[in-house]
Ligand binder design. Structure first.
Ligand code: C2E
Ligand code: CA
Ligand code: CA
Length: 579
């Protein structure tokens, strides 16, 4: 058990260590530097005062001329050892330098040989230099450790945060190790916050966290557990090192039981309970994302069922959408076989001049049947495959677009749909840079569409990502505008370039005066905020007339262009240049 615990914490340490920028050089480098040092020192003592001469470029020179070179080499070795080999390097270097002093001093005092004097000063300076390097490195390491700890710790409860959790999950999945992921939500927590205030709510969360931390740290559950606070009153638990499914249930019961102990804050007693939903890897889901998503599904079932049973394991029938598992399999196959591709729907200005294209994902199953994005995109979101789908569509569309624009010289944009989950992934920016580089599409020609309704849930993190995207020169469009929470204060803060009015508003626009005024108001507000405005799903000539009248900037819809194949899009690009 103890050994297992060590193994568990090693996995976590390793994953966290990847966050540290400075790493020690391998042992081989240390040994090479040490050997080099010893060789250089050996040559120095052999040559010093030997009187041997060597021929260089026809000139006879005493070997002692080269002492300076070897002594510089030995000093470089100790400096490198200290810099790259951590404590081991520093203390070895220090010992090597210190042991030389007695010999040098004996040389100077007893034999009255002043030739060692420069060596003494050289060694003293080397000791000062390596000590400064060592202390500096130590300070850097401590600073990095603090940064690392902050990055993986939840500030309120001191538990690991969701980042640490996903690092561990990915490490476990990579190793293929069996585990259970438990999604936990505190029941009625909102009521505590609303009636007693945030501060009391925070105390409650901290108390729960400390009880759970105690179980995880002492190992009383009999399994190895990793507790995380995700956000608000959402926690999670990763359970490892169990034999039977029953062990998982027992561990969760241990965590549930401590909630029932009396919890008193400011003289008030709180009766806490929680909903636990779990899924196992690899039995229930084959990836970290799907296990997390399925555990969340099970937890929601517990919450909705209102029964006295507060723990449930995920079962496929919990996924209400019929055929979700089948579609997930089709998406995986399509990703493996590159059967996810794209169509391009043109966007125009009000004079029918081409603005660019929106990239729309398309998927074929093994029989060649096309599956609508309205079906597979929501499933990909749910099972955590959306980033792979987005990435494949983006990569393929950018390769096409880069070449078409180079050949035609057209001044147009490529718009891509990115799910917010994908956007917030740590390596998203690298992915974008990579595709831009390989496709040759300039950042200014790329626009990323983000759906407003999903984003508002994780506003702060999303805004941070979007700022970084904007600083690269990429444009941002707010998709399906009007269908979400759309508030003015939200728009005001939002660093977008384009507002896309949802088709549902355009459909109704000519039905009543107020509907038209509504669209007109959205356009005006968009303009005040400094955005361009495009109307989606335009199908009728009367709609174009109205949109012109109320000052819309761009149009996307079947009336001027359906989603096109690559060939048709290329033809349109060339025609637009010839006009
Ligand atoms: P969306 O981003 O709002 O895309 C516009 C949808 O409206 C497209 O449907 C397009 O074909 C359709 N549309 C455009 N003009 C008209 C029109 O005049 N009349 C009608 N009836 N429909 C019109 P599609 O291709 O089925 O895409 C559905 C949704 O799937 C998209 O809605 C988007 O949310 C999502 N999606 C598509 N491709 C991707 C992708 O690569 N990544 C992500 N994350 N989502 C995608
Ligand atoms: Ca879109
Ligand atoms: Ca849209």
């Amino acid at each position: 058990m103890k050994q297992d615990k060590r193994r568990n914490s090693n996995t976590m340490e390793k994953t966290l260590d990847r966050l540290s920028a400075r790493r020690e050089a391998p042992l081989a480098v240390f040994i090479i530097l040490l050997v080099l040092y010893l060789l250089a020192s050996g040559v120095i003592s052999a040559v010093a005062g030997s009187g041997v001469n060597v021929m260089i470029f026809g000139k006879e020179l005493p070997m002692s001329t080269f002492i300076g070179v070897f002594s510089a080499l030995s000093e470089i070795c100790v400096i490198f050892m200290t810099f790259y080999c951590g404590e081991k390097g520093y203390f070895t270097s220090l010992t090597l330098l210190l042991v030389q002093f007695p010999f040098m001093i004996v040389g100077i005092v007893a034999r009255n040989n002043l030739a060692s004097l420069p060596g003494v000063f050289g060694n003293i300076l080397a000791i000062i230099a390596i000590t400064i390097i060592y202390l500096n490195n130590k300070k850097m390491d401590e600073y990095q450790k603090t940064l690392r700890d902050q990055a993986v710790t939840d500030a309120l409860t001191g538990l690991p945060n969701s980042f640490a959790c996903s690092e561990l999950l990915n490490a476990l999945v990579d190793k293929g190790e069996r585990f259970a992921f438990v999604s936990i939500d505190i029941n009625g927590f909102k009521a505590i916050n609303d009636t007693m205030g945030f501060e009391t709510g925070n105390h409650v969360l901290c108390e729960i966290a400390s009880r759970w931390k105690m179980i995880a740290d002492t190992g009383v559950s009999g399994t190895f557990d990793f507790v995380t606070r995700f956000s608000g009153d959402e926690f999670s638990l990763i359970i490892r090192n169990y034999n039977k499914d029953e062990d998982v249930l027992n561990t969760i019961r241990t965590y549930e039981a401590v909630l029932h102990d009396r919890l008193t804050i400011d003289g008030c007693d709180f009766y806490i309970s929680a909903s636990f939903g779990y899924a196992e890897f690899p039995a229930d889901g084959g990836s970290a994302d799907s296990v997390v998503s399925f555990a969340g599904t099970a937890m929601n079932v517990v919450k909705e069922s209102n029964s006295s049973e507060h723990i449930k394991r995920f079962t496929p029938d919990m996924l209400k959408t019929e055929g979700i598992i089948e579609i997930e399999k089709k998406i995986r196959d399509a990703l493996d076989n590159e059967n996810i591709y794209f169509n391009l729907q043109p966007q125009f200005d009000m004079d029918h001049k081409l603005r660019g294209f929106e990239t729309l994902a398309r998927m074929k199953d093994a029989d060649g049947t096309v599956i609508s994005p309205g079906v597979f995109i929501p499933v990909a979101e749910k099972v955590g495959l959306i980033d792979k789908v987005d990435a494949m569509v983006f990569r393929k569309a950018a390769m096409f677009f880069g070449e078409a624009v180079r050949k035609s010289g057209a001044n147009i944009l490529l718009s891509i749909n990115i799910s917010v989950r994908h956007l917030m992934k740590n390596d998203f920016l690298d992915e974008i840079r990579d595709v831009l580089r390989s496709s040759g599409v300039p950042a200014e020609r790329l626009e990323i569409e983000i759906t407003e309704s999903i984003m508002i849930d994780s506003m702060e993190k999303a805004l941070q990502c979007i700022d970084e995207i904007r600083s690269m020169g990429i444009k941002i469009a707010i998709d399906d505008f009007g269908t979400g929470y759309s508030s003015l204060s939200y728009l005001n803060n939002f660093p977008a370039n384009l507002l896309k009015i949802d088709k549902s508003f355009i459909d109704r626009m000519n039905e009543s005066k107020s509907s038209k005024q509504y669209v007109s108001a959205i356009i005006s507000i968009g303009h005040i905020m400094g955005f361009d405005v495009i109307s989606e799903g335009v199908e009728e000539p009367e709609q174009i007339e109205t949109l012109r009248e109320i000052g819309c900037d761009f149009i996307q819809g079947f009336i001027w262009g359906r989603p096109l194949t690559q060939e048709a899009a290329e033809k349109l690009i060339f025609e637009s240049v010839e006009k």
